[in-house]
Design a protein around this ligand. Structure first.
Ligand code: ARG
Length: 351
């Protein structure tokens, strides 16, 4: 921890242009705290900057141009399930901002708080005799919620409850009020039948199962969000055959020949689904970015980083968009997938 802490403090003081003197004083303070207590408390400025650096270092993220604009909500002093639930609602409302989405992270006490959800807002998945209803990715977690006493409506878009755990206590469930859940019904700019599919998606992706690591400290509950890139919804969540699997239905409605791979019915259905997603979010005034614009923004991020004397690490297989990847510069370039800290990491599910 001492090493990680020292490295981080040095980077932080260096990047933010503070004096050697101030850095030395802080280094001594941190070292003493670690030697005495086995850990140290980060200042709000350190934590905020660390969370931003963690975004900057997220190799899978194409949206990193905006790393400096992350809003950091410090909730390290909360230790009851109820107060944590309240602050998660605060996160949802602040981040959603009626559709003008604000990149936001809420950081909780590093050791005793755990959020069981994958994202703060996500749809349930139910196994039935006639196949899965809802999001197949949520089937296991939905069962966990049911075993904890939750009753869903067995619908395709039921928002799961928040599951919050303190220490080794049994987790507590909380329903998110409807008023806090902004969703976008998906329609198409030309195909009037598209709305009949009754597809929708939620406005804000808020990842809540990853840990934030800054200067040797692991914040295991630190939900964060940006805004969606359209393909996440249109080319994966609603399209993957192990998710909502909508391509066959859409191709049918489009009158395409689904018997022939060479009719490119999957490709053509994909494009229209993605056009519908972007159109609907934009018309509703909900922040979203198309993959071409996102790639251009990533290019600017690369230029900025180079100018700052830092090399850009990246995970190529995640950075290329799942639609028309070769139309972006990312496709044609190698990226070193070296892992720097601060960063966000996967961790074992608590269930
Ligand atoms: N891909 C995930 C989803 O579709 C969300 C991951 C985070 N995405 C983001 N744009 N910040 O739910």
């Amino acid at each position: 921890m001492l090493n990680e802490a020292k490295n981080f403090i040095q980077m932080y003081y260096d990047e933010t242009g503070q004096s050697e003197q101030e850095m030395e004083t802080r280094l001594i303070e941190v070292e003493q705290q670690i030697l005495k207590q086995g850990t140290y408390e980060q200042t709000l400025d350190e934590l905020s900057y660390g969370a931003k650096m963690a975004w900057r270092n997220s190799n899978k993220c194409i949206g990193r141009l905006f790393w400096q604009s992350l809003n950091v909500l410090d909730k390290r002093d909360l230790h009851t399930e109820e107060s944590i639930f309240e602050s998660l609602l605060e996160h949802i409302d602040f981040a959603t901002n009626n559709g003008r989405i604000r990149p936001t992270i809420t950081v909780f006490s590093s050791q005793d708080v755990r959020i069981w959800n994958h994202q703060l807002i996500r749809y349930a998945g139910y196994e039935t005799e006639n196949g899965i209803i809802g999001d197949p990715d949520s089937v296991v977690f939905t069962k966990v919620c049911q075993n904890l006493g939750w009753n869903g409506n067995n619908g395709p878009f039921d928002v799961l409850p928040l599951v919050i755990q303190i220490k080794d206590n049994p987790p507590k469930l909380f329903e998110i009020p409807k008023a806090s859940i902004l969703e976008v019904p998906i329609r198409h700019p030309e195909f009037s039948w598209f709305k009949d599919l009754e597809l929708k998606w939620y406005a804000v992706p808020m990842i809540s199962n990853m840990k934030l690591e800054v200067g040797g400290i692991s914040y295991i509950a630190a939900p964060f969000n940006g805004w969606y890139m359209g393909t996440e919804i249109g080319a994966r969540n609603l399209a993957d055959d192990n998710r909502y699997n909508m391509l066959p239905t859409i191709a049918e409605y489009m009158g395409l020949n689904t018997k022939s791979n060479a009719s490119l019915w999957k490709d053509r259905a994909l494009v229209e689904l993605n056009a519908a997603v972007l159109y609907s979010y934009k018309e509703d005034g909900v922040s979203i970015v198309d993959h071409h614009t996102a790639a251009q923004q990533f290019k600017r991020f690369e230029t900025n980083e180079l100018q700052a004397g830092r090399d850009v690490t990246g995970n190529w297989s995640w950075l290329i968009p799942p639609l028309a990847p070769a139309t972006t510069h990312i496709f044609h370039k190698p990226y070193a997938n070296d892992k720097k800290t601060p960063n966000y990491f996967y961790q074992r599910e608590p269930y």
